[in-house]
Design a protein around this ligand. Structure first.
Ligand SMILES: Cc1cc2nc3c(=O)[nH]c(=O)nc-3n(C[C@H](O)[C@H](O)[C@H](O)COP(=O)(O)OP(=O)(O)OC[C@H]3O[C@@H](n4cnc5c(N)ncnc54)[C@H](O)[C@@H]3O)c2cc1C
Length: 493
């Protein structure tokens, strides 16, 4: 008698779901989602995340019920929930996807593994992205990514045999979970993810590369799939395969060009997650330890974090209109395009001299698509603490001139602009940059920093071997007139 518990985490779909398909071959099955207090009280969690989760769970519950499986929801620490459920129903298999999550989920997985071994429960985990567990080094990684993404999709099982005596658990409300009311959130769930994907592939992707950089065009011009990928309402393989099929099918050169730009970003997604998988500590400390002490807040620098600067940045009140407008958009909507995220972080790190951890937690709360592996790698990359990437310091004035030349965007998000209510710049840009640049460039020239950079490059740097020829070509050679410099991000990885 095989009894399988399918533990849903960041994979809230029934299509291309290997654990669910495996459970269909068992004698009895149940589906479980655990709403974990460790998550609810984590500094990365925002009511908009919880509201979106509940919407995803509602859709998932319906899809599972249609296949004969109730979705059991429990609120509690995962190991306690598993133990309680096993007292109610003696499952002997635990099926789930691998997760590359923040520190609290890493600790929970270790505890869950220990519990499974003690209880004699066989826990099988399947990968759902290109991230490779226990990777020795990056050689051949890109080829493995390609092979995983090209593997056939797992069909959603038609029917499952539910464990007797269980029904679907009604969804809790935000209030019942002790969570504040959430701002409006975009449609969530598997069907919403498919609508977003198909709408993008069928037309929005035309002009993709030109629309990426300006916050005026990015909202509609980007794929807007990141939150769906973060909640797992669509799999990376589904997106990859649908994209490749769309490229092959379209006679429209402009659309194909846009889709190819998008396609390479899907690999970046996993490339960044792999860094956290390989080195979980990058959530908390610098990639390059030689950079410890550079800014207050890293546990080594003797100074205290400048909370007034941090607060002004979080509230969008720095006196730099492009920075403030971006922050206001992000806080109001939960989304911002890549370049403007990078500019916000660059401003916090270089203009304000803030260490990336506190700003990173604030952004993680705001971003509906918070994906720890991408997020913390990017926070460090844009703050200059990876030790290996070209330093990129964004000038807010230059970004405004290029991306919002007539001021439409800043006026939209800063109604008080031009009045006495709008603050003066909180820092002298020239002096702030001169200081941090001098210190960083000097640091990078030191022997220990150089040696460390070689080691970081060897461990985390990207390798193109194993990709099809078009995907392997450097981004620079694929740039066309009209493409934005963001197309060249790949050169920096
Ligand atoms: C400081 C900072 C923090 C970030 N935090 C996150 C995060 O928590 N979650 C997240 O998904 N992305 C993050 N990004 C990357 C990027 O900004 C978002 O993926 C993108 O803006 C999401 O919008 P979209 O889905 O319309 O993406 P598109 O621009 O259409 O890109 C398609 C997909 O490719 C992937 N992708 C795109 N750009 C990148 C990139 N630079 N690195 C890795 N993957 C990429 C994402 O999965 C994205 O959904 C961050 C970037 C910065 C600079």
């Amino acid at each position: 008698m095989a009894r399988a518990l399918v533990w849903f985490k960041r994979d809230l779909r029934v299509a291309d779901h290997a654990p669910l398909a495996a459970a269909a071959a068992c004698d009895e099955a149940l589906a479980l989602f655990v709403i974990e207090p460790a998550w609810l009280r984590s500094p990365e969690c925002h009511p908009r995340h919880v509201a979106t989760l509940l919407a995803c769970l509602a859709a998932l519950g319906e899809a599972l019920a249609a296949r004969g499986l109730p979705l059991v929801l429990r609120v509690g620490e995962a190991v306690e929930v598993l133990a309680q459920l096993r007292r109610e129903w003696r499952f002997d298999r635990l099926f789930s996807h691998e997760e590359t999550g923040p520190g609290w989920s890493y600790a929970r997985d270790i505890a869950a593994g220990r519990w499974c071994r003690a209880e004699g429960v066989a826990w099988t985990e399947w990968p759902q992205t290109g991230v490779v567990r226990r990777l020795k080094d990056r050689r051949g990684w890109a080829g493995r990514w390609q092979a995983r993404m090209a593997a056939p999709l797992v069909a959603a099982p038609a029917g499952l045999r539910a464990a007797p005596g269980f029904g679907a658990t009604p969804l809790p409300t935000l209030r019942e979970l002790g969570v504040d009311p959430a701002p409006p959130t975009p449609a969530a769930g598997e069907a919403a993810a498919q609508r977003t994907l198909q709408g993008f592939l069928a037309g929005r992707a035309v002009g993709y590369r030109r629309h990426l950089s300006s916050p005026l065009t990015a909202e509609d011009g980007c794929s807007r799939l990141s939150a769906h990928l973060a909640f797992g309402t669509v799999s990376m393989r589904q997106v990859h395969q649908a994209t490749e099929a769309a490229i092959a099918a379209t006679p429209h050169r402009e659309l194909a060009w846009g889709l190819r730009g998008f396609s390479s970003r899907l690999r970046w997604h996993c490339h960044f997650m792999q860094k956290l998988e390989d080195e979980p500590q990058i959530e908390f400390r610098n990639f390059a330890r030689s950079h410890d002490g550079l800014r207050a807040g890293d546990g080594v620098h003797p100074g205290a974090v400048d909370t007034a600067r941090l607060q002004a940045w979080c509230e969008g009140r720095t006196g730099f209109p492009m920075v403030d407008a971006c922050m206001r958009q992000l806080c109001a909507t939960g989304w911002l395009n890549f370049r403007m995220r990078a500019m916000l972080v660059s401003f916090a790190a270089y203009h304000l001299g803030l260490h990336w951890r506190e700003p990173g937690l604030f952004l993680a709360r705001q971003l509906l698509d918070f994906e720890p592996g991408i997020h913390w790698s990017q926070m460090q990359m844009q703050s200059g603490t990876t030790g290996i990437n070209t330093l990129r310091i964004y000038s807010p004035a230059k970004q405004q001139a290029e991306q919002d030349p007539d001021g439409t965007y800043v006026r939209r998000w800063l109604p008080e602009l031009g009045t006495a209510a709008y603050p003066q710049p909180i820092v002298d840009e020239r002096a702030a940059l001169a200081d941090i640049k001098a210190r960083l460039y000097a640091l990078r020239q030191t022997g220990p920093a150089r040696d460390e950079a070689d080691a970081i490059q060897a461990r985390h740097g990207s390798r193109k071997a194993g990709l099809p020829p078009s995907a392997g070509r450097p981004a620079r050679t694929r740039r066309k007139p009209g493409a934005t410099p963001d197309d060249a991000q790949g050169e920096l990885f």
